[in-house]
Design a protein around this ligand. Structure first.
Ligand SMILES: Nc1nc2c(ncn2[C@@H]2O[C@H](COP(=O)(O)OP(=O)(O)OP(=O)(O)O)[C@@H](O)[C@H]2O)c(=O)[nH]1
Ligand SMILES: [Mg+2]
Ligand SMILES: [Zn+2]
Length: 304
């Protein structure tokens, strides 16, 4: 679509004051347009983000351009910084590094709060026997998340990941060393993303991927490879917002005696009853209580 003398495009990469725009309707072999942003575009909230839909005016031979306008964002994640996603794929290794359930939970909370769909990918399944991670598969499936077990080494689960990505804009998120870039290379070998080691000594990744990049999918849509992280800032969240970020609680929350029940010490709580009856996963509930206490503590610190 042409707008004045500008073209519609999507920002796929930002680095060193430049950004790269993928013109709408271009094929997989087509060149990206290297752009600078106009001053007034840079000054607006958030400037230009990866994932932004923009209007670009081509200059010179057409290989470079100027971002004239950023269209309104549907949503915007802070960490990883990416806009206009449909879905987050939360990636965790089954071992090396060991799964960090609290971190996965934090990512899920952040993406659900932004209104994204979320699914869970447990990767490097060639490194551990299924018995080691079956409880995780069970936990996330019971909570209602599509959960895929994969290996970039053996190719297990890769077609399912491809299928889950088809036609959408997805963002891969998870700790450093989880195998995000390796899995995307397995999804599409042409990406040629750099993979890093996991430190044997500290058991963590080495922050190999340094910037968010949006990659075009073969059969429609985009997927973002992102740098891994180790903590997520949820301190500004309200307590009821946290409770609302648990879709598996929702079916019961309406039957709690108190409106605004946080499902902790309140009497006659339908969520606690569902946990007792096994309808809600106890481990998920226990992580929720840990996060609830952390949020309470963060607020006490804030007002002291
Ligand atoms: N055995 C095995 N190793 C894997 C698999 N996937 C990734 N690895 C290895 O795990 C290490 C980390 O993989 P990366 O893809 O770089 O991890 P990442 O999540 O992109 O890490 P950051 O970019 O730091 O966030 C590399 O040495 C990979 O070769 C897998 O399925 N099986
Ligand atoms: Mg990476
Ligand atoms: Zn309750």
């Amino acid at each position: 679509m042409s707008m004045g003398d500008g073209i519609s495009a999507r920002i796929v990469r930002i680095s060193g004051g430049l950004c790269w725009a993928d013109p709408e309707g271009s094929g997989s072999g087509d060149e990206l347009v290297q752009c600078v942003a106009r001053g007034n575009v840079k000054k607006r909230a958030g400037g230009v983000m990866v994932g932004d839909y923009v209007v670009v005016r081509r200059v010179d031979d057409g290989a470079t351009g100027i971002v004239e306008q950023v269209l309104p964002r549907r949503n915007q994640l802070v960490r990883p910084a990416v806009a206009n996603c449909d879905q987050a794929v939360v990636v965790s290794a089954v071992s090396e590094p060991a799964p960090n359930v609290a971190l996965i939970e934090r990512i899920l909370i952040q993406v659900l709060r932004e209104g994204l769909k979320a699914c869970v990918v447990l990767t490097k399944c060639d490194t551990a026997p299924p018995g080691d991670y079956a409880h995780l598969v069970q936990m996330y499936r019971q909570a209602g998340f599509t959960t895929i077990v994969t290996s970039a080494r053996t190719g297990q689960g890769v077609p399912e990941v491809r299928e889950a990505l088809r036609g959408l804009t997805s963002v891969f998120a998870g700790p450093s060393g989880a195998g995000k870039s390796a899995l995307l290379n397995a999804v599409h070998p042409g990406y040629g993303l750099v993979e890093g080691d996991v430190s044997q000594r500290i058991g963590r990744g080495k922050h190999t991927t340094r910037e968010v990049r949006l990659l075009r999918l073969h059969d429609g849509g985009y997927v973002a490879d992102t740098p891994g992280f180790s903590i997520l800032d949820i301190d500004t969240m309200d307590l009821p917002e946290l409770a609302a970020a648990y879709p598996d609680f929702a079916a019961y929350a309406g039957q709690c005696r108190f409106t605004g029940c946080l499902h902790q010490a309140e009497p006659d709580c339908a969520v606690k009853r569902a946990v007792e009856e096994g309808a809600v996963c106890r481990a998920r509930y226990e992580h929720y209580i840990v996060l609830l206490e952390e949020l309470r503590q963060a607020r006490r610190d804030m007002y002291r």
